[in-house]
Design a protein around this ligand. Structure first.
Ligand code: FAD
Length: 426
């Protein structure tokens, strides 16, 4: 199936096709799912010389990895307090450092492979929509003390000098975070994996598998792979292949829109190349693309797939509510994608059963964490480290099925309502 129509597909550097699997192959490790988790795992194993085959149901980057906001920053889909409660203080610190390592991995890989089409642009501003300078200063101090990680505090005037909105107050700027073209990044990873000898098949959904013996067999419609190990990296697009995995997280949809081209108008509102995220628990995130000619604006989640066009109206309302001067700016293209969320909101990284690994549930904070997850799984397979065991507190617990989805939607609406009250309490 071709890529859905997104800004990334429209600006893709290379749209070559790969063949689908139509034979029996043997390899050391078969990876199922060609998003960032699967490709990073495959890249790291290929770099170590292990023969790998990656199966992708559609095209490499067809899922969330090829259609997201492109923000690459440290952290997870849940906050530090929750991680401390589950993993303890020391392990939580190590886990946060791993999330920084994920950011570094992507930056270094872009540099080492010279992926110019990923167009990395440094800078991420996390902006408050209510007045609370102290909380930001305290957080910046915590990050400096615990991780040696610098965040620049911006007061209200500094923020409003670049973001011309009455809605914004103070911000923290992360100069090491960046934003990029994710689809071009991961297609370059695929090219590198193949250069190193790995095999990648598109239009090759794994439809059944035998995972119990020492030899694992994964079947597609017209072929099969025999391997010592299997890695499951199917994200929010996971089907019934391995029931335990599917039951352990919820697919959640989220939305992005691209505006029409209007550089002069956009400059009147947003005068920075930084990516922007407001820090509501259900907030907006956006960035300028094409050298400031358009805005790529994301936000909202739903537990049932809604029409991207309908959701784009809500995103547009957010955009013009924040920047009334953009009320004439039209939406050109909306799209959506599926993320996977576990109950604990943390990635699930581990060994499902002997020789079978899972690396999934990265939620809405998946660029740095998929890179980290792929690295950890590869290290484990190569016998280089057992760092993946840090994620043991975040196992494959049942996510609650339909009731879980209803709870997730209710939780989201509650968070939205809390954000609303907080902003009005200024
Ligand atoms: C709209 C949107 C905006 C986002 N913005 C950001 C952001 O700005 N920053 C950030 O950090 N995170 C963001 N995220 C989250 C991030 O994109 C994801 O967490 C991450 O890409 C997940 O990667 P993955 O490899 O686990 O899954 P995916 O990228 O979804 O890949 C899974 C792949 O598995 C394939 N597959 C499924 N079943 C099979 C099968 N049986 N056989 C073979 N292949 C199969 C699918 O086709 C798919 O290509 C966003 C997500 C969305 C949807």
């Amino acid at each position: 199936m071709p890529y859905p129509d997104t800004y990334y597909r429209r600006t893709i550097a290379d749209d070559s096709q790969r063949s689908s699997l139509a034979e029996t192959l043997e390899c050391d490790t078969v990876i199922i799912g060609g998003g960032l988790a699967g490709l990073t795992t495959a890249l790291q194993l290929s770099r170590a010389g292990l023969p790998v085959v990656l199966l992708e149901a559609e095209k490499v980057g067809y899922g969330a990895s090829g259609r997201n906001g492109g923000f690459v920053s440290p952290g997870f889909a849940t906050g530090e307090d929750a991680i401390v409660r589950a993993a303890g203080v020391e392990n939580a610190r190590t886990i946060h450092r791993l999330s920084i390592e994920g950011v570094d991995f992507i930056r270094d890989t872009i540099r080492d492979l010279d992926i110019t089409a990923a167009a990395p642009q440094p800078g991420l501003m996390s902006v408050l929509r209510h007045n609370d300078a102290d909380s930001l200063k305290t957080h910046a101090e915590h990050m400096r003390r615990e991780y040696g990680y610098d965040l620049e505090y911006l007061d209200r005037d500094a923020v409003r000098s670049v973001l011309k909105s009455q809605r914004y107050f103070q911000a923290l700027r992360d100069g090491k975070a960046f934003h990029m073209h994710p689809l071009n990044y991961l297609r370059a990873l695929a090219t590198e994996i193949e250069r190193l000898g790995g095999r990648i098949f598109e239009n090759s959904a794994a439809v059944s598998c035998s995972l119990d013996g020492p030899e694992k067999i994964v079947r597609t419609a017209r072929g099969q792979i025999k391997a010592r190990r299997v890695v499951l990296t199917t994200g929010g697009y996971t089907g019934p292949l391995v029931g335990r995995l599917k039951r352990s997280f919820l697919p959640i949809a989220t939305y992005v829109m691209l505006t029409e081209e209007a550089p002069d108008l956009i400059r009147e509102a947003i005068a920075t190349t930084d990516a922007i995220g407001d820090n509501r628990r259900a907030g907006d995130y956006y960035r300028l693309v094409e050298g400031g000619r358009r805005i790529l604006w994301g936000g909202r989640i739903t537990t049932r797939a809604a029409s991207p066009a309908a959701l784009a109206k809500e995103l547009r309302r957010e955009m013009t509510g924040t920047y009334p001067q953009l009320s004439g700016l039209k939406t050109e293209l909306p799209w959506s994608g599926l993320m996977s969320y576990a109950r604990h909101l943390m990635p699930q990284i581990g060994e499902t059963q002997p020789g079978v690994w899972h690396c999934t549930a990265f939620g809405g904070h998946g660029l740095n964490t998929t890179a980290m997850g792929g690295k950890l799984i590869a290290e484990a397979i190569l016998g280089q480290s057992d760092r993946y065991t840090l994620f043991k507190p975040f196992g494959l617990a049942w996510a609650g099925g339909l009731a879980g989805l209803a709870t997730a939607q209710l939780t989201y609406w509650t968070l939205q309502a809390q954000d609303w009250w907080r902003e009005r309490a200024i």
